[in-house]
Design a protein. Structure first.
Lengths: 244, 222
C-alpha cells in the first residue's frame, strides 16, 4: 500500500484497527520481558538498586528526542506534500513527546536525589531536556490556539522545523555553558561504560518503550481523525440548521 | 528594489510615529534594570557581577514586547495582504521588515545599554563587551521573534503565546551573549571564542528566521 493511499481516512482507520491489537500485544510482551530482566539485573556496585531507574529514564530520554524527529518528518510531509495524514501524525506525536520528556525529567530528578543529593541540578542534559519540554508545550499550545486544523498544521510545521534546527544548537550551547559553569564534581555518570548485564535489559526496555510509543501514536492518530470527522459533521449540521 | 525601499521607509516611519516609537522599548528596559536592585539589594559588587546577565535579560524581554508590531498590526489593517501580493520575493520583504524593526527596537536597546551599565556599576570594559554582544545578539532575537510572530499572525490574542514559543529558541543567544560579556570581565576564557559563536548563531538565525517566516506567511495567507 503506497503512502498516498493512506490519505484516505477510512483506509487508514482500517489499517490502524488491524495493526493496533498486534502492536498492543507486542508492547505488553516486550514490557514483560524487559521489566523481568530489569528487576533481575544486578545492582550497581556504587549506586545500588537506584540504577534500575535507568531502565525507565534512558528509554524515555531517547523517545523524547525521537518524537521531535517524527514531528519534523511529519512537518516536511505537511509543507512539501500537503499529506493530510502528516498533520494528524504531527498533532498526535506532540503530547506523547511531551509526556516522555516529562517522564524523563521526573525519573531523572528522582534518580538525582539519592545520587547527587538534590532533585535538580543544572546539569547539561537535564537542562536541555527541560528546554525540549518547554518547546513541546509551546507546540501543543499553538495546536490548541489556531482553530482551523489545516492552518494550525502549517504554522506548527514551520515552528517544528525551526525547532529541529535550533535543538542541536541549544544542546551544544547548554553543554558548553555547563562545562563552563559547573565543576565536574557534580556530574557523575555511574561509570561511562555500562556493564553488559545492565545493557541487555536496557535494550529490551528501549524496544518496549518504542513499541508503546507507536501503539499510543497510532491510537491517537485514529482518535484525531475521528475528532476531525465529528468537527466536520457538526459544522455541516450547524450549516443545515442555519437554513440557507 | 524600489518597492523594498518604500516598505523600509514606511515601516521606519510607522515605528517612530505610532505607539510611543522606539522609546517605549527602551523605557521598559530601563524599568527592568531599575527593578533589579530592589529585588537583589543595592550591593554594588553583586550588581557588577550580575550586571551583564541583567542587561541581557532586560533586552531579551524588551525585544519580545514589540513583536506584535512586526506583523500582527499589518495583518489587522490589511496592509500585510497588500505587501504579500507585491511582485517581490517574499523572503526579501520579510528581511526588510525585520531590518526596519531591528533598527527601531533593537538598536535603541543596544545604544541604551551603556547608560544602564552605569546604574549597575559596570566598568568601561564590561559595558563595551555587553554593548557589542547586544549589537550582534539583538538581530538574532529579532529574526527568531519574527518566526513566532509569523506563525501566530492570524491570532487575535497571540501576545503571550509568541513569548512562550520564542523564548526557548533564544537559549543559545542568551548563553553566548552573557558568556562573551563575562569572558571580557572575569575570564578565564578569551572574549573572542564565545563571541564568534554568538556571531555564528546570529547568522544562522538570520537565514532560518527569514526562510521560516516567509514559509509561514505563505501558508497562513492562502
Amino acid at each position: 500500500m503506497a503512502l498516498i493511499d493512506l490519505a484516505n481516512p477510512s483506509r487508514f482507520r482500517a489499517l490502524a484497527d488491524t495493526l493496533l491489537p498486534w502492536l498492543g500485544i507486542a508492547t505488553i510482551v516486550a514490557f514483560g520481558v524487559g521489566l523481568d530482566q530489569a528487576l533481575r539485573a544486578p545492582d550497581d556496585y556504587q549506586q545500588g538498586a537506584t540504577v534500575k531507574i535507568m531502565f525507565l529514564h534512558v528509554p524515555s530520554a531517547w523517545l523524547s528526542m525521537m518524537a521531535w524527529g517524527l514531528m519534523s518528518a511529519a512537518a516536511l510531509g505537511t509543507l512539501v506534500w500537503r499529506h493530510p495524514l502528516a498533520d494528524v501524525a504531527a498533532k498526535a506525536a506532540a503530547p506523547l513527546g511531551a509526556a516522555f520528556t516529562l517522564l524523563c525529567l521526573v525519573t531523572g530528578s528522582l534518580w538525582g536525589r539519592p545520587m547527587w543529593g538534590t532533585y535538580w541540578v543544572w546539569d547539561a542534559r537535564l537542562t536541555s531536556e527541560l528546554v525540549l519540554f518547554l518547546m513541546y508545550l509551546g507546540v501543543m499550545a499553538l495546536w490548541q490556539t489556531i482553530e482551523d486544523p489545516t492552518r494550525a498544521a502549517r504554522a506548527v510545521a514551520v515552528l517544528t522545523l525551526v525547532g529541529a534546527i535550533d535543538l542541536p544548537i541549544i544542546k551544544f550551547s547548554v553543554d558548553w555553558w555547563n562545562t563552563l559553569h559547573q565543576p565536574a564534581s557534580v556530574f557523575r555518570v555511574g561509570g561511562s561504560t555500562i556493564d553488559a548485564s545492565l545493557l541487555a535489559p536496557l535494550f529490551v526496555m528501549a524496544i518496549a518503550f518504542t513499541l508503546l510509543f507507536f501503539t499510543l501514536h497510532l491510537a491517537a492518530m485514529r482518535n484525531e481523525i475521528m475528532r476531525r470527522r465529528v468537527r466536520t459533521l457538526m459544522m455541516l449540521q450547524a450549516q443545515a440548521a442555519g437554513g440557507h | 528594489m524600489n518597492a523594498l525601499a518604500a516598505l523600509f521607509a514606511r515601516d521606519i516611519r510607522l515605528a517612530i510615529r505610532v505607539g510611543g516609537g522606539a522609546l517605549i522599548g527602551v523605557l521598559f528596559f530601563l524599568i527592568v534594570v531599575t527593578l533589579v536592585p530592589f529585588a537583589l539589594g543595592p550591593d554594588l559588587a553583586l550588581l557588577a557581577r550580575v550586571g551583564p546577565a541583567i542587561l541581557w535579560l532586560g533586552a531579551l524581554l524588551a525585544s519580545l514586547l514589540t513583536l506584535d508590531r512586526l506583523l500582527a498590526i499589518d495583518h489587522e489593517d490589511g496592509s500585510l495582504d497588500l505587501i504579500l501580493t507585491a511582485p517581490v520575493t517574499l523572503e526579501l520583504t520579510v528581511a526588510v521588515k525585520a531590518l526596519a524593526h531591528w533598527l527601531t527596537t533593537g538598536l535603541p536597546l543596544v545604544l541604551a545599554a551603556p547608560f544602564l551599565g552605569l546604574l549597575l556599576n559596570l566598568d568601561p570594559t564590561a559595558t563595551g563587551a555587553v554593548a557589542l554582544t547586544l549589537l550582534v545578539g539583538t538581530p538574532a532575537l529579532t529574526f527568531l521573534g519574527l518566526v513566532g510572530a509569523a506563525v501566530t499572525v492570524a491570532l487575535r490574542r497571540g501576545g503571550l503565546l509568541v513569548a512562550v514559543l520564542v523564548l526557548p529558541l533564544t537559549v543559545p543567544v542568551l548563553i553566548f551573549g552573557v558568556a562573551a560579556s563575562n569572558a571580557a570581565i572575569v575570564g578565564p576564557l578569551r572574549f573572542g571564542t564565545p563571541f564568534s559563536i554568538l556571531c555564528g548563531i546570529a547568522l544562522v538565525c538570520l537565514v532560518v528566521g527569514t526562510l521560516a517566516t516567509a514559509a509561514a506567511l505563505r501558508h497562513a495567507m492562502d
